[in-house]
Ligand binder design. Structure first.
Ligand SMILES: NC(=O)c1ccc[n+]([C@@H]2O[C@H](COP(=O)([O-])OP(=O)(O)OC[C@H]3O[C@@H](n4cnc5c(N)ncnc54)[C@H](O)[C@@H]3O)[C@@H](O)[C@H]2O)c1
Length: 295
């Protein structure tokens, strides 16, 4: 819970705002005083996030600002530019905080992975972040505004994961893109950092059987999976001036250092195929299952 309104003058654009981490981040930034432009491929889900942010609050946790929802496919050429134009038209200024959270998985072993699944994941997770970051940077620089850009990567981008060559490559790409953007835009007062979540509880993972959750939790020294709010806390810090001298960083939110793949594999190999099927689609850190072949 925020103890102060660190973002009282900020306009934040959040992609993937209709679910999971993006929704939690939107609510957290609003609670810190930001006006939020909530963008998602699913326009109704983005609207629902706006409704949640507009819910009347107590004095301490007031959501005093107007928010707005936008339906956008971040992977579509031209859509990011139009999104920035729409946001600026709605709020009369460019967003000073930009959080790229939209992401997908299409899991498969390398030897069976189709070009289509490779291209789709790269298009949303990596090209989408390029398009949004470029459009936001152009708007900020041309308006002479400072800003903080936060790209949601994954610990998978650092350590890899069986069945996720496309996802791991996209998330590793986000780290490199972010470091380079930080070097290019520092002179304009624009910071750019990435966040690398590990095992985070989302509405999807809450459907996983308790036995499987217990196995996953057993790998985490902190003893539990993360909550979306754990990631939102870090994003709020990176969005605020409390992190004013941090740029180009990759902040891990995993409850631990990444476990060695071998250690994880030993545990995972003991799981039955049904457990594998449920684990892999959640792009978890260490897995051996092939969701399409083991169902
Ligand atoms: N949940 C985790 O454990 C975890 C771990 C590491 C990284 N991440 C990353 O965090 C981000 C959010 O994950 P999540 O668990 O909240 O997933 P989620 O599926 O709950 O939410 C993703 C959102 O992105 C939206 N989206 C998908 N494609 C889009 C597109 N082309 N344009 C605009 N919006 C699009 C979806 O509609 C959805 O609302 C993703 O980038 C994911 O890779 C999640």
């Amino acid at each position: 819970m925020a103890s102060q309104l660190r973002l009282g003058t900020s306009l934040a654009l959040v992609t993937g705002a209709g679910s999971g981490l993006g929704r939690a981040i939107s609510v957290r930034l609003a609670r810190e005083g930001a006006a939020v432009a909530a963008c998602d491929l699913d326009g109704a889900a983005a609207q629902e996030t706006v409704r949640l942010m507009s819910w009347p609050r107590s004095k301490e946790g007031a959501f005093p600002r107007a928010h707005a929802a936008f339906q956008t496919d971040v992977s579509e050429a031209g859509a990011a530019r139009r999104l920035l134009e729409q946001v600026q038209a709605s709020f009369s200024r460019p967003p000073s905080v930009v959080v790229s959270c939209a992401g997908i998985t299409r899991d498969e072993f390398l030897i069976h992975m189709s070009e289509e699944d490779w291209d789709k994941v790269i298009a949303v997770n990596l090209k989408g972040i390029f398009l949004v970051t470029r459009a936001a940077a152009q708007a900020l620089v041309s308006n002479g505004c400072h800003g903080s850009i936060i790209n949601i990567s994954s610990i998978i981008g650092k350590v890899g994961n069986v069945g996720q060559t496309n996802y791991a490559a996209s998330k590793a790409g986000v780290i490199g893109l972010t470091q380079t953007v930080a070097r290019e835009l520092g002179r304009y007062g624009i910071r750019c950092n990435s966040v690398l979540p590990g095992f985070i509880l989302t509405p999807m993972t809450q459907k996983v059987p308790q036995k499987v959750i217990d196995k996953v939790t057993g790998m985490i020294p902190m003893g539990h999976m993360g909550d979306p709010e754990d990631v939102a806390d870090v994003v709020a810090f990176l969005a605020s001036e409390d992190s004013g001298y941090i740029t180009g960083a990759s902040v891990e939110v995993t409850g631990t250092e990444a476990p060695e793949a071998g250690a994880g594999r030993e545990r995972v190999e003991k799981w039955n195929p049904e457990q594998m099927r449920k684990i892999v689609p959640f792009h978890r850190l260490v897995s051996q299952g092939n969701p399409r072949r083991r169902v």
